[in-house]
Design a protein around this ligand. Structure first.
Ligand code: FES
Length: 107
């Protein structure tokens, strides 16, 4: 197995109705994950990059996506934003500033 150039984690955390933190599942992460999978398949990205579903990444008002090795967190991400993350960050190596979480998220 080749070491991926970047690893993309898509939060698919679910929480029960009325939970005060909400969840990325309630915010539509399924569409975002599907779009990443579509882009990966369409552009044959699976040999260079790894896509993984993950539990809560912290902020919760997602959907949130975390890209390593840079440790760049995006959110909220819409299905329509996925192509920009692929084009600009994965392939272009420049994070998409307009989609990044506010810096105070990291404390
Ligand atoms: S539920 Fe996705 S970041 Fe917390």
């Amino acid at each position: 197995m080749a070491k991926p150039l970047k690893h993309i984690f898509v939060c698919t955390q679910s929480r029960g109705p009325g939970h005060p933190r909400g969840s990325c599942s309630q915010s539509g992460c399924g569409e975002v994950l599907d779009e990443f999978m579509f882009e990966f398949q369409k552009r044959n990205l699976g040999e260079k990059f790894r896509l993984t579903m993950t539990g809560c990444l912290g902020p919760c008002n997602g959907p949130h996506v975390l890209v390593y090795p840079e440790g760049v967190m995006y959110g909220p991400v819409l299905k329509e934003d996925v192509a920009a993350i692929v084009d600009e960050h994965l392939l272009g190596d420049v994070p998409v500033a307009r989609l990044c979480v506010p810096p105070e998220i990291w404390g």
